[in-house]
Every structure is written in structure tokens, then in C-alpha cells.
Design a protein around this ligand. Structure first.
Ligand code: AMP
Length: 306
């Protein structure tokens, strides 16, 4: 009996070589899934890779800490970089290729074109991190061009990012389908994030208050219905009690537009209510989103509300 040992993924840093690799896979009749990441991989990323293996024949993972999506006072320089460990994990998961360019391989000298993000990029992160989604859209569009996969796999952990990418794909008629996976959490509820590595044990306890605030939002909604103002107050109370240092937002919004919920005509003042618009086309309910700071680390999490 032989045990199958997965082979080490081919590591590519040149965009033209990466595109040729995908084309070769396609010519050989293999459908390719792309998993874009910034590395420092954890189980959340690996769930995306496993999903890729289910829906496609070959998985390519990009690892690129994209400077253009970080603000001037953000953690670009200290963002964890763990390439050797990432490659070990990706080998274990059976990824076929890794695209890991340097910044100068990704952005030619003098590159100036950028993507103007869709409207859903404007609230929340768009207010706190003004150029973030321009950087994200630009790098993701480039990745879709460099690695012309059939499907791209993203996590709902970055809920607004997933909405932004979905709208960019639709607005630009991009020839790629999007697969979104639920957030992978530690057993105590903390959403996995590369930035959790920054947290000392006591900070990690405080970070747990994001998941607790979302639990509170969900149970409040089940008991009393969808009242955004009351749920926001409840989330802020839990975050405050949990000892986060600052809250960028803790809000309940429309799950598609990420704008404040609008009660449908005739139900003003009632709750529960809908996100408005054509109910057959839009997911019902709402989404609660939090961005908060703990010991100098900015954390985000979210939960769909019933
Ligand atoms: P990042 O490396 O943080 O840019 O994330 C790369 C991809 O992994 C994005 O699509 C994220 O939404 C996704 N991701 C990050 N954390 C998680 C998690 N805990 N569960 C599921 N997906 C995640």
C-alpha cells in the first residue's frame, strides 16, 4: 500500500509565468480555483483552499501583502510574514501553486492606474480606511488578470470586502465566479485572523468581546426583533464591558448595500422589518459588523442576523 504524499506547490513570483501556469492547467483540462491571501496562513485560509479543491481541479494561492491597501499609519511593516510555514501548510492541503510576487513584480515602476471601487465600499471601512478598498480592488483585479481562474474563493470574515469584490465582478463583467465561505473561529468564538498573532493572552481575552457582542446582537434580535439602534447599543455595551480600547463601528445594516436599514413602507416603526426593495432578489435580514481596537490591533468581525 502506498500513502499519497502531496507534492510541494510550485512557487511562482513573475506575473507572466503565473498566467502561463493557469493557461497550461486549463489546456490540460483542469479548472483552477484562486485563493487570494496576504499570507500568515491559519485554518480560515486553509478552509478556503480545501473548498478550492472541492470545486476545482487545481488551487493556486496568492500570498502578497499588498502595500496599496494599507494606510500610512497602519501595520504594513509589522504584518506577519511566515512564508516557510505557509508553504508547509499549503503542501499539506494540496495546493498546486503559490503566487508570491514582490511589490515591484506586482506593480511596475510608475504604475498609476487604480480601480474606483463600487459604492458598497463607501460606508464603514470606507470611512475608517479611506483608500483601503481602492487598493483591494486594484490588487484583486490584477490577481484575476494574472491568474485567470474559473473561481475565486473569499471568506465572509471580511464581509464588506466580499461585497465589494462581488460588485466589482458584476460591474466589470469579470469572467470569474465568486465562492464565499463562513468565518472559521477558535473554539471560544474568536474569528481567526493573521492579526491575532499580535495579541498577548490578556489582549486575546479582550478581543473575544467582538464575538460576544455579535452573540448578544443575535440573541437580542431573536428575542425582540430587528431594531438596529437597540442592537447597536447592546453591542457597544458588551464591547465596553469586554475592555476594547476603541470602537470604529458596531452597527447593523442592510446585508447588500451596507447602508442603514430602511423599514418598508407601511411598517414604519414596526420591527422586525426588511432590508427594503425586491424581497425575491435580496437576502432578508441584516448584518451586524464590528471594527474595534485592542492593544493597538484593529480587529473586525460580523454576523448575519435573522
Ligand atoms: P487575508 O490574508 O486576511 O487578506 O485573508 C485572505 C482571505 O481569507 C480573505 O478572503 C479572508 O476573508 C479570508 N479569511 C480570513 N480570515 C478568515 C476566517 N477566520 N475564516 C474564513 N476566511 C477567512
Amino acid at each position: 500500500m502506498t500513502t499519497e504524499t502531496p507534492s510541494t506547490p510550485v512557487v511562482i513570483d513573475e506575473p507572466t509565468v503565473a498566467r502561463d501556469w493557469v493557461k497550461r492547467e486549463n489546456r490540460a483540462g483542469r479548472r483552477v480555483a484562486l485563493v487570494p491571501t496576504m499570507g500568515a496562513l491559519h485554518e480560515g485560509h486553509l478552509a478556503l483552499v480545501r473548498r478550492g479543491r472541492e470545486v476545482a481541479d487545481s488551487v493556486v494561492v496568492s500570498i502578497f501583502v499588498n502595500p496599496t491597501q494599507f494606510g500610512p499609519d497602519e501595520d504594513l511593516d509589522r504584518y506577519p510574514r511566515t512564508m516557510d510555514e505557509d508553504l508547509r501548510l499549503l503542501r499539506r492541503e494540496g495546493a498546486a501553486a503559490v503566487f508570491a510576487p514582490t511589490a515591484s513584480q506586482m506593480y511596475r515602476a510608475g504604475a498609476s492606474a487604480t480601480v474606483s471601487p463600487p459604492r458598497v465600499a463607501e460606508p464603514l471601512e470606507g470611512i475608517c480606511r479611506p483608500d483601503h478598498f481602492r487598493g483591494v480592488c486594484t490588487v484583486v483585479l490584477k490577481l484575476f488578470q494574472i491568474l485567470p481562474a474559473s473561481v475565486a474563493i473569499f471568506g465572509q470574515k471580511d464581509y464588506q470586502q466580499a461585497r465589494v469584490i462581488a460588485d466589482m465582478i458584476a460591474d466589470f463583467d469579470l469572467d470569474i465566479s465568486l465562492d464565499l465561505l463562513p468565518t472559521v473561529r477558535d473554539p471560544d468564538g474568536l474569528a481567526l485572523s493573521s492579526r491575532n498573532r499580535y495579541l498577548a493572552p490578556a489582549d486575546r481575552q479582550r478581543a473575544l468581546s467582538l464575538a460576544r457582542a455579535l452573540d448578544a446582537a443575535e440573541s437580542w434580535t431573536r428575542r425582540h426583533g430587528l431594531d438596529p439602534t437597540a442592537i447597536e447599543t447592546e453591542m457597544r455595551r458588551v464591547l465596553g464591558d469586554g475592555g476594547v480600547d476603541a470602537i470604529d463601528y458596531a452597527t447593523v445594516v442592510d446585508p447588500l448595500t451596507l447602508l442603514p436599514l430602511v423599514p418598508p413602507a407601511g411598517q414604519l416603526g414596526d420591527s422586525p422589518h426588511s432590508a427594503g426593495g425586491d424581497q425575491s432578489a435580496e437576502p432578508a435580514g441584516a448584518v451586524a459588523l464590528i471594527a474595534a481596537h485592542v492593544a493597538g490591533t484593529r480587529l473586525i468581525d460580523n454576523r448575519r442576523l435573522p
